[in-house]
Ligand binder design. Sequence first.
Ligand SMILES: NC(=O)c1ccc[n+]([C@@H]2O[C@H](COP(=O)([O-])OP(=O)(O)OC[C@H]3O[C@@H](n4cnc5c(N)ncnc54)[C@H](O)[C@@H]3O)[C@@H](O)[C@H]2O)c1
Length: 272
Amino acid sequence: MQTHSKIHRLLLTGAAGHLGAVLRDRLQPFADVLRVSDIACMEPASSAAQEVVICDLADKAAVHALVQGCDAIVHMGGVSVEKPFEEVLEANVKGIYHVYEAARCHGVRRVVFASSNHVTGFYKQTEKLDAGVQRRPDGYYGLSKSFGEDLAMFYFDRYGIETVSIRIGTSCAEPANRRMLSTWLSYDDLLQLIVRALFTPGVGHTVVYGASANRDVWWDNHEAARLGYVPKDSSEPWRSVVEAQPALEAGDPMLVYQGGFYTAQGPFEASR
Ligand SMILES: NC(=O)c1ccc[n+]([C@@H]2O[C@H](COP(=O)([O-])OP(=O)(O)OC[C@H]3O[C@@H](n4cnc5c(N)ncnc54)[C@H](O)[C@@H]3O)[C@@H](O)[C@H]2O)c1
């Protein structure tokens, strides 16, 4: 990957999670010091260039202490699947507010926010979207990411803190089902997109989709191209294996909606 000048201290939240673990060592070359954080236990620091901080995003004072001294933030932490509202509220709504308020107070000028394709999950798979489309969240999780994008916009308009919100499709080692043939984002492409988001000047608040160069992608990702993002991977090598899976029934949300089965989760409380 093209070299960039380094960020002095870069904060990675959600570092104990699936993508946090993928990104931890890969982001290290882009920072003098990488501060990694999660509410869960993490591997100890692998060198003096890493700092490991346990922090609950819902704890305002702890988040202020976490962000102090950092120059940029890759915000991956929080609830990452559909859950009852109260759980999502703590980690994703209060949590991202704490991150931005701490960023404002401590002079952080750039955030990369792990948003989600679930902010537009109720669009049909037959529709092609760009990042400017009206959001149609497919659950409380998607709503929290939609709030996060609005918060990022507000903190840019009001305080000049720049953000790239990445509506990640499905970032995993290999696409595992038909939906992922469209939504898959390889780890290398994820890293490339995050690095572009960190170092491209003048992004304001930019929203992009996080997908590899998949044949049947549902998103017009010209905003990502403006960041210089050129995906290198594609789900095509897995197509024949995935298409050999048993067919889904007509009307299955995994075939109909971009958000797949997220559109059919809940309610979480019994009707009264
Ligand atoms: N993996 C994907 O395909 C995908 C797709 C769309 C969006 N995303 C987003 O990317 C980010 C990372 O995804 P992931 O797959 O690694 O998820 P993950 O669930 O594996 O990781 C999230 C991490 O956040 C931590 N966390 C949860 N609540 C917290 C709190 N209150 N305080 C501090 N940390 C807390 C968890 O302990 C976990 O380690 C998430 O924000 C997710 O919503 C991921």
